[in-house]
Structure formats: C-alpha cells, structure tokens
Design a protein around this ligand. Structure first.
Ligand SMILES: *[C@@H]1O[C@H](CO)[C@@H](O)[C@H](O)[C@H]1NC(C)=O
Ligand SMILES: *[C@@H]1O[C@H](CO)[C@@H](O)[C@H](O)[C@H]1NC(C)=O
Length: 167
C-alpha cells in the first residue's frame, strides 16, 4: 500500500508536469499570434539646438508619440517595454542610436496611447554632426512573457530632419 507521503509526492509531480506542459503550450501558442502594432511620432517643436562648450551637438525636441501596441498582448504577456530612439548615420559611425523616451506598458488597456513630451533622455551627438541631419525615429518594443522567451521588434519611421542652424 502506498503511504500518504508517496501519494502526495505523486500528485505534486503530476501537477508540475501539467504546469510544464501548459507553459510549453503557452509559449508555442504565442508564436501563432501575429501582432500588427502601429505607431506615429511627430516632432511638434525644436525647443533649442546648440553646440555644447566642449563641442557636442545637443537638441531638445517636443514629441507626440502615439502607438497602438494592443495586438502585442496575449494572455501570456507580462508587460511590454517600449522606447523611441533617434537613429542616424555620421562619418564617425554608420549607426548612431539615441534613446529619447521609454516606458513600461503593464496591460493591454494601456497599450493604445499618445503622449505629448519633451525628450526624456538627452539627444546629444558624439560630435557636431546634427545640423541638417536626417534621422529616423524608431519605436522599439520588448515583450516580456509570463513564460517562454522574450521577443523584440520595432517600427522605423523615416524622413525627419534637424535644422541647418543652431537656435
Ligand atoms: C498626438 O497624436 C494623437 C494621435 O495622432 C492625437 O490624437 C493628439 O491630438 C496629438 N496630440 C497633440 C498634443 O498633438
Ligand atoms: C532610416 O530607415 C531606413 C529604413 O529602415 C533606412 O534605409 C535608412 O538608412 C535609415 N536612415 C537613417 C538616416 O538611419
């Protein structure tokens, strides 16, 4: 006859197995979700644009960031980390990325939003390359699941340009 301890142990093992199977199914079913997020970022104002005393260019922008990331959320989504970066090329570096704003979206209900904001992080170039510079604003996201692998993607918005003169 089985002892109580043995049966309890078997029950726990069974429960853990079920849980493992459910987790595996959760992360597999996540792969069938094809999200279609949208975003638009408008530069509402160039607040100021100057050369720092030691020579690096810095610009302050007012942005209207709007996005609908609701399709990223499934029942397996814990939260989504999102950031907007200015991306541009200079003679020194083929790819420069400066994060301007970020946020954590806790639920699907918060995933459709717009925010009117100045850049939360400083937009400084490692040099004096920003006058007349064409740049992209890219909305990046990292989806943190309750179980399974994290995944990341982005929307690249093109066609932005900084003024020719400091102001
Ligand atoms: C920001 O963009 C959203 C969506 O396009 C719009 O509804 C909202 O009025 C804009 N806000 C400002 C301050 O421009
Ligand atoms: C902006 O993004 C487009 C499309 O991904 C890319 O071809 C282009 O090189 C980027 N421009 C800059 C200035 O990084």
């Amino acid at each position: 006859m089985h002892t109580f301890g043995y049966r309890a142990n078997a029950l726990v093992t069974f429960a853990v197995t079920i849980l493992a199977v459910m987790c595996a199914m959760a992360s597999v079913s996540d792969n069938f979700n094809t999200p279609a997020p949208t975003s638009e970022v408008k530069v509402l104002n160039i607040n100021w644009f100057q050369k720092q005393p030691h020579g690096n260019d810095e610009v302050s922008l007012t942005l209207n960031i709007s996005a609908d990331l609701q399709s990223l959320f499934t029942w397996n989504t814990k939260q989504v980390f999102v950031f907007v970066a200015a991306e541009y090329a200079t003679p020194e570096n083929a790819f420069n990325q400066v994060s301007l704003w970020d946020g954590i979206i806790p639920t699907k209900e918060h995933a459709k939003f717009w925010i009117h904001t100045t850049n939360k992080y400083r937009f400084i170039d490692q040099g004096s390359n920003l006058r007349g510079k064409e740049f992209n604003l890219t909305l990046h996201w990292h989806v943190m699941p309750k179980t399974g692998k994290m995944f990341a993607d982005k929307i690249v918005m093109t066609g932005y340009r900084l003024p020719e003169e400091y102001r």
